[in-house]
Ligand binder design. Structure first.
Ligand code: URA
Length: 205
């Protein structure tokens, strides 16, 4: 395995000795790396500008509106990094609460703008465990007008169960993550994972 900056940031997030302050700082730095990675999968078109030398330079500009959709509440942890990167983005929100006993996701809030054919959507949720919340959120985006190809899902850690579920139902949604773990524990937490991302980020441990 070739270790990367991304790996080192995920390692800090995993470490149980890391408190809220470092966890937040690290999540923000990792978010910036993931935003750069996600940017490569958005749509661009050719654009020509005139430089101060009064000569044309061929380049590119992003096409359409970009909509960031954090899944409440952990997805908010990635939002600031993405807004730093894409400061013209619209922000939608989806509130999903996982029932701790059944691990089934229940929608309690949805505010997603309608999504046009030229738009792109970045869905933010740090942990893909069973894939239940992810699948519900993608369904909401599709109801709002998105095709699978317009959606990039950004997370920090994926488990095989969740990844398989999304790939099965939504094979054309692109998934960008920090790392991939081997499985889930009996409580449907990602193993080894990093614990409850929201609790660690918001300091509600
Ligand atoms: N959500 C978390 O925060 N952690 C997990 O391991 C699974 C879901």
């Amino acid at each position: 395995m070739t270790e990367t900056l991304k790996d080192s940031l995920v390692t800090r997030l995993r470490d149980r000795e890391v408190g809220t302050t470092e966890f937040r700082r690290t999540a923000r730095r990792l978010g910036t790396l993931l935003a750069a990675e996600a940017a490569e999968h958005l749509r661009y078109e050719a654009e020509t500008v005139v430089t101060p030398l009064n000569v044309p330079a061929e380049g590119a500009s992003r096409v359409g509106k970009l909509i960031l959709v954090p899944i409440l509440r952990s997805g908010l942890a990635l939002l600031d990094s993405f807004l730093d990167y894409f400061d013209d983005a619209t922000v939608g929100m989806v509130g999903l609460k996982r029932d701790e006993a059944t691990a089934i996701a229940d929608i309690y809030y949805r505010n997603v703008p309608s999504i046009g054919v030229a738009d792109s959507v970045i869905l933010l949720d740090p942990m893909i465990a069973t894939g239940g919340s992810a699948a519900e959120a993608i369904k909401i985006l599709i109801e709002a007008g998105a095709t699978q190809e317009q959606i990039v899902f950004v997370c920090v850690i994926t488990a095989p169960e969740g990844l398989a579920r999304i790939r099965d139902v939504y094979p054309n949604v692109r998934i960008i993550g920090g790392t991939h773990d081997p499985g889930l524990n009996p409580n449907k937490f990602i193993d080894p994972g990093l614990g409850d991302f929201g609790d660690r980020y918001f300091g509600t441990v």
